[in-house]
Design a protein around this ligand. Structure first.
Ligand code: PHE
Length: 474
């Protein structure tokens, strides 16, 4: 068996500082950070796993239906704006807490902020639980579509087929399969499970995406798709509901606001440069989302199905695209199968990070063994997900609550925590960093700009989600 002695490696590089961390870590029984804590096998492994967490259904399913619903390029521009203004600082904040504390979210927050902050960690775990409960359902749809595409093609009418797949016992069954794979990967551990899968899966996903986007560009009529996607409607982009959706999407897509990045960073050695990793992960994520648009919209418009997009429902990707693939004949089947396989890969590597938040909390705070934690947490999530599997309105509502309240609220709390509560965040973030000045700007953003922006966003999210809840109940 391979036992990693992570902190010792750090100690060799960094001398006193890291040695302190070991002493502190092993002395704090409650924190559970031991010298044998698992660790990523390499920087690339961490980066691919973190990008794997970020890149997922959010970039393809969620991004493209929101871009369609919220008016195209204006939404995309706002989403990029929030990624840079809020996403980058909050990502660096999460990585800093995680790498510094070397613990799961609940123990990590308590480590820097005192026991009262455990509550925020509990909220993070709850958010991970909630998101994965419906994420697994959609993951199940992608699994079913990819297998069907390879074996049978795309049945028509696509809308009816989606209805059968998406809701009811079929949906529950595929969700269970998807969750079983997720549990197996997480049970395999950081290096042997999550990293190993990400190393193979992520390059494959990038390749497929670029290939399809290039192929889509060659289709007659693709131009109408680009025009739709990249058409900038300034008036529409100025409205608050577009801003709320764009901010929520930035959090969802970057896996921020619920401790996923924090947890992944807790398996990092101390000598890496967190600011660089932050930029790489965030722009890889934005790049994939943007390219997903370059692939989805031209395909749909080239086949004359653009008018079906305007309603922008959660099923858009699973109805309109298969119809387009079916209309393309044999090549459509190949492209379509590749597309859905890429989607499965993206969904799995994200689901894994959601489950890891719950699992690492159980390992560090309750002291469970990894395999047991993965199984118990995964099964509990899958059972809770049955609700979404049987009712798409519940799924939609869970997604609104999780993203616009939990993630945005969690991001606000992280900004306040690192900006105002954590002792010496700049010193911690700067370990292993090559540039110094960015950290001062970073903390100013976390202290003032990010909280101010997120309070406004959160306030209107609360109202919007409330209205949705009433609509569902009434
Ligand atoms: N970022 C993932 C996606 O885009 C979803 C996710 C959200 C993963 C939050 C982890 C934490 O699909």
């Amino acid at each position: 068996m391979l036992v990693r002695v992570g902190p010792l490696r750090g100690a060799a590089h960094l001398g006193g500082d890291a040695t302190m961390a070991i002493v502190q870590g092993s002395g704090d029984a409650q924190g559970g950070a031991s010298a044998a804590r698992e660790q990523w096998q390499s920087r690339w492994g961490f980066l691919l796993a973190a990008v794997g967490s970020a890149v997922g259904l959010g970039n393809m399913w969620r991004f493209s239906y929101l871009a369609a619903e919220k008016g195209g390029a204006g939404f995309v521009a706002l989403y990029l704006f929030f990624t840079v203004l809020i996403g980058l600082p909050v990502m660096l904040a999460e990585l800093t807490i995680g790498r510094g504390a070397r613990r799961g979210p609940i123990s990590a927050l308590a480590h820097y902020g005192g026991p009262a902050w455990r509550a925020l960690g509990v909220v993070f775990v709850a958010a991970g639980f909630l998101i994965l409960s419906y994420y697994g359902v959609i993951g199940g749809w992608t699994l079913r579509y990819s297998v069907e595409a390879a074996l049978l093609g795309f049945p028509s009418p696509a809308g009816e087929h989606f209805g059968d797949v998406a809701s009811g016992w079929d949906s529950l069954a595929t969700q269970l399969v998807f969750m079983a794979i997720t549990i197996a990967i997480v049970a395999g551990g950081i290096g042997g499970g999550i990293e190993r899968v990400a190393r193979v899966a992520m390059p494959g996903l990038f390749f497929v995406m670029v290939a399809i986007a290039v192929y889509a560009a060659t289709l007659d009529g693709a131009g109408a798709g680009y025009a739709y996607y990249l058409n900038f409607d300034v008036a529409r982009a100025m409205s608050l509901d577009v801003a709320v959706a764009a901010a929520g999407q930035a959090f969802f897509s970057l896996s921020l606001g619920m401790g996923a990045m924090l947890t992944f960073a807790s398996y990092l050695p101390r000598e890496c440069d967190l600011a660089t990793e932050t930029v790489v992960i965030s722009f890889a994520d934005f790049g994939v989302a943007f390219s997903a648009g370059l692939m989805v919209f031209p395909l749909i418009f080239a086949l004359g199905m653009g008018d079906q997009l305007s309603e922008g429902t959660i099923g858009a990707l699973f109805v309109v695209l298969p119809e387009a693939f079916a209309a393309m004949g044999a090549i459509g089947r190949v492209v379509g199968a590749a597309f859905f396989v890429a989607l499965v890969i993206g969904a799995l590597t994200s689901a894994v990070s959601l489950l890891e938040v719950v699992v690492s909390a159980a390992i560090d705070a309750i002291g469970w063994e990894r395999r047991r934690a993965a199984l118990v947490a995964g099964v509990a999530v899958a059972l809770a997900g049955a609700w979404s599997a049987f009712d798409l309105d519940v799924l939609d509502l869970a997604d609104s609550i999780a993203t616009n309240l939990f993630l945005v609220g969690g991001g606000l709390a992280i900004a306040i925590f690192v900006g105002w509560v954590m002792p010496d965040p700049i010193g911690e973030a700067a370990v292993g960093a090559t540039r110094g000045r960015v950290h001062t700007i970073w903390r100013a953003l976390l202290r003032y700009v990010v909280p101010a922006a997120l309070v406004v966003i959160l306030w209107s999210s609360v109202q919007e989600t409330w209205a949705k809840l009433w609509a569902l109940l009434g």
